[in-house]
Design a binder for this molecule. Sequence first.
Ligand code: ZN
Length: 343
Amino acid sequence: MKAVRFHEYGGPEVLRYEDAPDPIIAPHEALVKVRACALNHLDLWCRKGLLGITTPLPHISGSDIAGEVAAIGSIVTRITPGQRVVVSPGISCGQCIYCLSGRDTACRSYEIVGGYRIDGGYAEYVKVPEVNILPIPEGMSFEGAAAFPLTFLTAWNMLVNLAHVKRSDEVLVMGAGSGVGSAAIQIAKLFGARVIAAAGSDEKLDKARALGADDGINYVNQDLVAEVRRLTVKRGADVIFEHVGGAVFEKLIPVLAVGGRLVTCGATAGHLAQTDIRYLFMRQASIMGGFMGPKADLLRIVQELARGTLKPVVDRVFPLKEAAAAQCAMEDRKLFGKLVLVI
Ligand code: ZN
């Protein structure tokens, strides 16, 4: 099959469009003919080798996969060849205390399809366990289906499970133009909160408003802290949804409301930041980190997508062989929503 692989860590130039062996399925697995695969920052981290986790090389990235079932293993019963499917990206043992209590991301054997150790969807075919396969909501394109799993699952876990977002909350969504940011706006609105979107351009803020954001802050030409205080009438934000880290993170703690919850993931602009602990205890605030989300929540997300209350946001599609150009666009943050490879 054709695939985009890297044989060494490095910049986008290490990505090679080339022939790779077809995956061989185990009895409990299905072979999926990939039709669309969305990019994630995880792909960049793996390619750069920054994780302190050894990725077997050559490696095929790609965690958000939609396609058709091409073949099934001998004990697979629930799916049939030809079915349009989307892949639930988390793989875990299914037997430990974490898996059985809905906290599968804490499982010792938790892996992400296309993540550090398992080949993913920058390819014509990928193999995944049967239990990781979900039907695509009716009427949704392959590109749309590839655009939701990882970001919506991550954003749902952070806002719903960790921050317990609710109707009276004012939610500040940082990096509102990213995949996870555009998901967070919609999820916060679904739960009735008021959303303040923050992004680096007016064009992105217009798109954020079209997704339901009530207010916008352009953090390039506006003072983020002053604007949050103004828009919340000095109260501060009840929930801050943050995935940039670094210097931005430090600015955010003083704009938490009393009882505020800051939820973070990604740290795409830096993983070290100072915390003024006085703000935390004086405001009885919380800082929480999220990593992916329970498999069960993806089923709930699919329901909302089928109803149309949540929508995948596709910025642009690229052919598979242009995966390097797509990754460059992601690093430059020149996007609103998801970048998707079509195969
Ligand atoms: Zn487990």
